[in-house]
Design a protein around this ligand. Sequence first.
Ligand code: ZN
Length: 309
Amino acid sequence: MSGLAIGIDLGGTELRAALIGPDGTLRARRQTATDAKGGPQAVIAQMLALIAGLGTDGVQGIGIAAPGPLDPIAGICIAPPTLEGWRDVPLAALLAERTGLPTRLENDANAAALGEHRAGAGRGLAHLVYVTISTGIGGGVIEQHRLLHGRRGMAAEIGHMTLVADGPPCVCGGRGCWEALASGPALAQAAAQAIAGGAPTALRLPVTARDVAEAARSGDALALDLLRREARWLGLGFANLLHLYSPEAIIAGGGLSAALAMMLPEILATLHSAAMPAYHGAQVLPAALGPDAGLVGAACLILDHQDTP
Ligand SMILES: [Zn+2]
């Protein structure tokens, strides 16, 4: 049969691959620990082994979701910080050469946006913004059913919009970015400061964002307070996204989205006070595909382009 594609999700710790059907469903999957210290050749060998394990009967091509910065048009990984020795690696061309199959490359957050659009919470929506909230904050924008790319495919680096001038330092070198204020580590750091300052709580050091969410679920007052603060930062960022892109929905994924339901009232309250009334009709939805969004989206890079040479 035809209309199948292989999606690969290249992460700093896990390398995953799946055979995806034309409707975006997973038919089979393989995964392994990424040989992040082995350099590009070692990881490409791992990819080829996963592809061989899945088989390529009826496969139209291979889509790869990889950490940025990368150039999706040229298919080049520029300098992913989580992978050693990767600098200007023409990953799409190298894999195409070794497999004989058309291969496309996309930023992992963009691929996840595409996956949620085709087969997840954003199915049928022409305009959406996907936001992943975990170790960092990333995202992708779907505009008229297509990914918004911008110059060199670098659009929608939404975690690095500045929300506080001279705010806390960010991994990007800037200050006061949304990511520096509202990522999982930022929430954990706020919790650690409150615990060290003697706030009454069942939380103990060292503390993670997941610990805070769990404590909030059991009614811990400090944890609930921290989640309200987190929700306000998220609501503020979402309001900016509504003004910028006017999506029908903002789709929230990533580790912290597990606490989305608890934070939603405060997120919406912030959103409604910060966004102009004309934008209030947009929804905030939990992502549906979880960690598979990037895999499905990567395959869509091929499935959506079968008619173009
Ligand atoms: Zn930043």
